[in-house]
Write a protein that binds this ligand. Structure first.
Ligand SMILES: Cc1cc2nc3c(=O)[nH]c(=O)nc-3n(C[C@H](O)[C@H](O)[C@H](O)COP(=O)(O)OP(=O)(O)OC[C@H]3O[C@@H](n4cnc5c(N)ncnc54)[C@H](O)[C@@H]3O)c2cc1C
Length: 362
């Protein structure tokens, strides 16, 4: 499999597939690799704003759609009617639908490391002037990478029992996790029940089982991972980083699917400009990095709330979620939240950072 390519996309989950989609029809020699087949290993509870799934033509993968979010605290439960809906989807099906939208070559290979613009894999060395790390939280193609528990990472674990449910629910309750939240996301014939901890040292297995037991669900079919909660540089050493590898998962909510789509599209558009001779690699790296960094204020604001919530005494959490459940506040806050990475971006041209102009195509 060794060889030279125009673009090498490492990682074929949400971020990698979004990058590949933007390169469709470019005529470039693009290779995308992953250690597993596309859609083989589910990496999340797979809930995303419905409008993002529609914007990418992924509706057929949707299993259930929720107009409400139910928040439980030890002393109060509140149902928030959202200004937009969330949907749970089938991971394998979504990946297949997204993969249908590109014309890149795909191979399974395990990435072991990198020297310059050559990526070492268990199937040989691969070189390209444009390399994307969409390999997830480890940020494998950068030195020194990220290692828990010292790195700014959260951890999440969930079980997938068969069953059904009608509500998208979360628990802010120290019985399950001192800093973080628990969830139950139904997806037609299965329910995804899990616990996420903002503190990487807190082990979530016991309390994931406890939450499943409290909900009368079986603790079976586990899946878990580390989740970055801090934005990282999106370009480093001439490599493009997208999705979890760039810390694009939102702090506080740990929502990282739509941001992987969003920044994947932005990265793909920059790569395309290089392939079409409208920009140099250096321009593309600089512009993509500054586009990602232009979201820093919003990511940091969410991180501050993530750090604040565990300090709120449990008896005040109930009144707080009640106070924040007014229609006006929910519409305002959730619209702002969606706009951090809005679904309209899937079809709109990428906004350039202030002062940047792409040279006209030759
Ligand atoms: C338990 C849990 C539940 C979650 N639920 C949600 C949710 O409901 N909604 C939401 O928006 N976000 C959720 N998240 C966060 C979300 O899963 C991530 O933010 C998202 O998966 C990031 O996408 P990505 O493509 O950047 O990385 P990943 O999805 O992690 O994909 C990385 C890809 O790289 C491949 N790879 C890794 N290492 C190598 C290697 N050495 N060689 C070759 N290939 C490799 C992997 O096989 C994988 O396909 C959840 C996270 C967890 C842990």
């Amino acid at each position: 499999m060794s060889g030279d390519f125009d673009v090498l996309i490492c990682g074929a989950s949400f971020a990698g597939l979004a990058v590949a989609r933007e390169l469709a029809g470019s005529g470039a020699r693009v290779l995308m690799i992953d250690r597993y087949d596309i859609g083989e290993r589910q990496t999340s509870a797979c809930a995303a704003p419905t409008d993002w799934l529609s914007a990418l033509g992924l509706e057929d993968s949707i299993r259930q759609t929720f107009p409400d979010l139910v928040i439980h605290t030890p002393h109060a439960t509140r149902t928030y009617r959202l200004p937009w809906t969330f949907s749970t989807f089938d991971y394998r099906e979504l990946c297949a639908l997204l993969d249908d939208q590109n014309d890149v070559r795909f191979e399974t290979a395990k990435v072991d490391g990198r020297s310059g613009l050559t990526v070492h894999t268990d199937r040989g060395d691969l070189s390209a002037p444009l390399i994307v790390d969409a390999l997830g939280w480890r940020r494998m193609l950068a030195a020194p990478g990220y290692q828990p528990p010292e790195a700014p990472l959260s951890r999440g674990l969930e079980v997938h029992p068969h069953g059904s449910g009608a509500e998208l629910e979360i628990w802010i309750d120290r019985r399950y996790v001192p800093a973080g939240y628990g969830w139950s996301f139904p997806a037609e014939h299965e329910v995804r029940v899990g616990v996420g901890s903002f503190d990487p040292r807190f082990h979530v297995k016991e309390t994931t089982v406890a939450l499943a037991e409290d909900l009368d669900r079986e603790a079976v079919r586990y899946q878990g991972n580390w989740i970055p909660h801090k934005l990282r540089p999106a370009a480093q050493d001439e490599i493009f980083f997208v999705g979890d590898s760039a810390g694009h998962c939102l702090p506080l909510t740990a929502e990282g699917i739509r941001t992987a789509f969003y920044f994947g599209i932005a990265c793909g558009r920059e790569l395309r400009a290089v392939l079409e001779g409208r920009a140099s690699r250096a321009d593309a790296l600089r512009r993509y990095a500054s586009f990602s960094a232009s979201h820093r204020r919003k990511f940091e604001a969410m991180l501050r709330v993530q750090q604040l919530i565990p300090r709120v005494p449990p008896r005040l959490l109930g009144p707080a979620i009640v106070a924040m459940s007014s229609r006006r506040f929910v519409d305002w806050s959730f619209s702002h939240y969606l706009n951090i990475a809005p679904p309209s971006f899937a079809s709109a041209p990428a906004p350039l950072p202030a002062g940047e102009r792409l040279p006209a195509a030759a």
